[in-house]
Ligand binder design. Structure first.
Ligand SMILES: [Zn+2]
Length: 289
């Protein structure tokens, strides 16, 4: 009789049988700490001897089961069957999720790409780790709960509204002394000869933008440089249009500054490294599309 290991390799050594008549072979073992040496010069300062095995090297044997080729073939067939069943279930789940929520997932797609090393800066504009996470699980495991559908719908709508805003045609930016209102879209602080100078970019209702010093009056009530983004403001100032521009002005001497909305927490772009799961997903998309 020929016996094989669980991996299907023919065993040529001494075969033993246990009480139940099952075949096995003896595999040599030794102390894991010293590798069977019983000690090491690395431990010379505390005494050469290995404390794990007390210097014996811990030599011994363990019984490893052997099988007939037919048995291994049967076990492998069973395993393949289990895996195929699992795969089929996964595919069915994915299909069901796609059928029920395909249009929402398609709307989410522009926001799930965190970009490559070359274009990640551009992708940060649209990338949402939150949307990407739900989207990925929907495709990978076919899992998408009602709660997630709701949250995804909300997040995608928000992102779409944001994109529509920044992509809308830009009107003319103000010139001369006038009052404006808009939303602070970004801020920047830098050291100058006058000390720390903080500037802000404000997007006005007609989608033009103005840039100038952050008025002190904006701060207070929990509003700081760190959460100015997203705050709605109104102020008077003197505006000068940037050279060669129609929708971008600088402002000076802001007065009568009013904060129209409290500070809001704006989702910061997150730089995320692509991992092998993303690669696998790319493969799956090319399969289904
Ligand atoms: Zn040892």
């Amino acid at each position: 009789m020929n016996y094989v290991t669980r991996g299907g390799v023919e065993f040529k050594g001494q075969v033993h049988f246990n009480d139940k008549g099952k075949p096995y072979y003896l595999e040599e073992t030794h102390c894991k700490r010293c590798g069977g040496e019983g000690g090491s010069s690395r431990w010379a300062f505390t005494g050469w001897t290995c404390y794990e095995c007390g210097g014996t090297g811990g030599h011994g044997f363990r019984e490893v089961s052997l099988y007939t080729p037919e048995q291994v073939a049967k076990m492998e067939a069973a395993r393949a069957k289990r895996e195929a069943k699992k795969r089929a279930e996964l595919e069915a789940n994915r299909k069901a999720v796609l059928e029920a929520h395909g249009s929402l997932l398609a709307r989410a797609e522009p926001f799930v790409d965190c970009g490559t090393e070359e274009d990640w800066q551009e992708k940060q504009q649209t990338y949402s780790p939150f949307i990407a996470d739900i989207y990925r699980n929907a495709f990978r495991y076919g899992s998408l709960s009602d709660k997630q559908v709701e949250a995804l719908e909300r997040a995608v709508s928000q992102k779409e509204a944001y994109l529509a805003k920044i992509n809308a045609p830009k009107g003319e930016s103000p010139v001369g002394k006038c009052q404006v209102s808009g939303v602070i879209v970004s801020t920047r602080c830098q050291e100058s000869v006058y000390g720390m100078q903080c500037k802000m970019l404000v997007r006005l209702g007609n989608n033009s933008t103005v840039w100038g010093t952050v008025p002190e009056a904006l701060f207070g009530n929990g509003v700081t440089m760190d959460n100015l983004k997203g705050v709605e403001v109104q102020f008077w100032a003197t505006f000068v249009r940037a050279e060669g521009e129609t929708s971008f002005s600088f402002y000076k001497r802001p007065t009568k500054v009013e904060r129209l909305s409290p500070a809001v927490v704006v989702e910061e772009p997150v730089q995320v490294e692509r991992n092998s799961a993303d690669e696998a997903l790319d493969g799956f998309f090319s399969m289904v599309s």
